[in-house]
Design a protein around this ligand. Sequence first.
Ligand SMILES: [Zn+2]
Length: 252
Amino acid sequence: MEHSDTNNQIDAFKSAISESKRIVGFTGAGISTESGIPDYRSKGGIWDKFQPVYIEEFISDEGKRVLYWQRKQELWKDLSNALPNKGHLFFKHLYDEGKLAGLITQNIDGLHEKSGLPKDIIVNLHGTNLEVTCLDCGFTVPAQDVFGRLDLEQGVPLCPECSGFFKPNTISFGQQLRGEDLSRANDLAVSCDLMIVVGSTLVVQPASSIPSIAKEKGALLSIITLSETPLDSYADFVFHLKVDDFITIFQS
Ligand SMILES: [Zn+2]
């Protein structure tokens, strides 16, 4: 795309934003790479180097539980230092303008929460690393409370309420997405007038069907992501740019 074409598209996209009343964001790993969060599901990501721990293994095998917690401990060091970037602040700004009805994310890094968006408008489709939850009774605590005193030599952390297994509150391999989250995401998709996808390649189902639902129900669809997506030909605005580069052009 020629530079001037990009600028024309950006102008049209800005008009779409100013005319819309109910924007919904949909974000994937690409929005967080500028914050130093590894895109762990992509090729060369950390799950390429390590065998994933499936939920069945976590439940049945103490060794796998320790391994899982060791990896999460490593990841926590990155996550607890990571700060929201221009992409997250773009959505926070839309919220401050009263335009953002909801934010659906495939990310588990909690950076939308850190940007200041209220928790109740965020749908964490793949769960969140900001919480630790009990697999048996659902008792949930802030992750900091567990990681701050995690000592795996003493064993994996257990629920103080029922002694069930504690696990970071993310969707593990072998676990289904939560019905409640999918239904909230669906409600947002059918009721928005503009869906803005940032940093998702839209290939992980069923999450990736959400932007199609929005479009089918009459919303405009905008996709801002470095690589091509299966919905590009269907979208109203497509910007194949790094999030940071897009925001720089958008703000200029
Ligand atoms: Zn419990």
